[in-house]
Structures are given as C-alpha cells and as structure tokens.
Design a protein. Structure first.
Length: 261
C-alpha cells in the first residue's frame, strides 16, 4: 500500500496538517469530529486508486485554531482557498459526518474544481420529526457505542487507552466540534435552501443503523440535491469507513470511477 507523506502547510495564515499518498485522479477527504490523527486503513485502500489528500481541519488535531473559525461555512471557504493554493482540479470530494457537512457547504458555494461529491452520514440539515442523537450529552463510552452497530468493534475501540497527548487532542477536537455545531445542533438553518446549487454528481452514503443521524436524513438530502444517488450500507452505524471499510471503499471508488471523462 502507498505510504503517506505527512507535512504542515500554511493556507491564508493558518497552518494545518496534511497527509497524502497515491496517484491518479485527486480525491480530497474531509474528516469527521474525531479528526484525522493517523493514516487509516480506508485511506490506504483509497490511495491505491486515487491521489488521496487528507487535511486536518483548522481547529482540530495539530492544526491551528484561527480566530476566524466560527462556523462550518468558514471551513468551506477555507477549503476553497486550500484547493486553489494546491492547484487541484476535477477533485473527487469525500466527507464523513462533519466532513460531509463541510463538503456540502463548499459545494453550494462553488463546484468549479469538483468532479464528484460523496457525503457520508453528513450533518448539516434538520428534520424536526427526526431528531438526531445529542452527541454532546453522551458519555465517552456512549459516544463510541452509539456511533457503530458492531459492539465488538466498540469494545475494541474502548479497550485502547489513549496517551496523555492523544487525550489532549481528543479534548481539542471536542471543543472544535462544539464551536462549530453546538448551536444550532449539528446543522446550519441556511444550508437546506441552497443544496440545489450542488451541480456535480453527488452521492449520499448512509449506515442503515446510524444512531446519531437516522437514515431518514439520507433521503432528505437526496430530495434537495439534484439527481443525487443514495446508497444505504446495511448492518452499519455512523462510521461506514471504519465499520465496513471494504464496502465503503468499493462504494466510493465505484461512484467516482464511473464518472471519469
């Protein structure tokens, strides 16, 4: 498997961590609330097919926390600058959870340099009759157990004892998530009315047993994004890239590759 390079780059005065590996068409991956602390198995598999680029959001992990970071929309504008600075074109944009929300916020602003958009269990909109789980009120153990269906996987995740440095990063990430998504909870009231602006092939992927954002949100996004495709992953919670890695890579790769010119 391709080995990832790790570096720190500066975009508009903000230093962020960046991992990259592979070759071929560029794929930009936006991580969720847990950050991107290491090169994960699903990343390695995607990098066998794509030039995979994984930035660490401002406010998360080893990246700077700039004073201008208030909303997910701020992240979207930052990544438009990021794409321009790296000279990326015809990008396959993939985001999970918070990263999916960020990808959607970016796409309603501009799809100029995008080829496809894949949003995996994204937050960002609100369905009054389908309340999300409140991740801010869950205990650390509840958070892990509620994010995956496979409780044996949850047991393995909970058995890993973080170092002091890793615990500090987790705390920083939780603070960043609260800064971006505390009020209103996990959505932007303005996003829904602009989703029609997503004019590249879009793919909504969801775990059927998601307890944070119920699967009903998948169809809600599809109804608001022109010609969006929906794929529901069975026996899976909020983290298909971790819980069903092989299937996740197959689904994402197939969608992107069928849209080659």
């Amino acid at each position: 498997m391709p080995a990832a390079t790790k570096q720190t780059i500066e975009v508009r005065g903000c230093k962020i961590g960046l991992m990259r590996a592979g070759a071929g068409e560029p794929m930009l991956y936006f991580h969720g609330a847990a950050g991107a602390p290491a090169w994960a198995p699903f990343m390695a598999k995607l990098s066998e097919r794509f030039d995979l680029i994984v930035p660490e959001h401002p406010g998360f992990g080893g990246s700077d926390t700039p004073g201008w970071l208030d909303t997910v929309g701020d992240l979207a504008f930052f990544y438009l600058d990021f794409i321009k600075q790296l000279g990326l074109k015809s990008v396959h944009l993939v985001g999970t959870s918070l990263g999916g929300w960020t990808a959607l916020e970016l796409a309603v602003r501009s799809t100029h340099d995008l080829r496809t958009l894949t949003a995996v269990c994204p937050s960002g909109i609100n369905l009054p009759d389908v309340p999300p789980g409140d991740i801010f009120l869950w205990s650390p153990e509840q958070r892990v157990r509620n994010l995956v269906k496979d409780q044996a996987l949850a047991d393995r995740m909970l058995a890993v004892q973080p170092s002091e440095a890793e615990a500090d990063v987790t705390m920083k990430n939780h603070y960043a998530l609260a800064r971006l998504a505390w009020q209103p909870r996990l959505h932007n009231p303005q996003l829904e009315k602009w989703l029609h602006r997503v004019d590249v092939p879009a793919h909504i992927v969801w775990g059927r047993d998601d307890r944070l954002l119920p699967v009903a949100y998948a169809q809600a996004f599809a109804e608001r994004i022109p010609k969006a495709r929906v794929t529901i992953v069975p026996d899976c919670g909020h983290l298909p890239h971790m819980e069903r890695t092989g299937e996740f890579v197959r689904i994402v790769s197939a969608f992107c590759q069928e849209r080659r010119p």
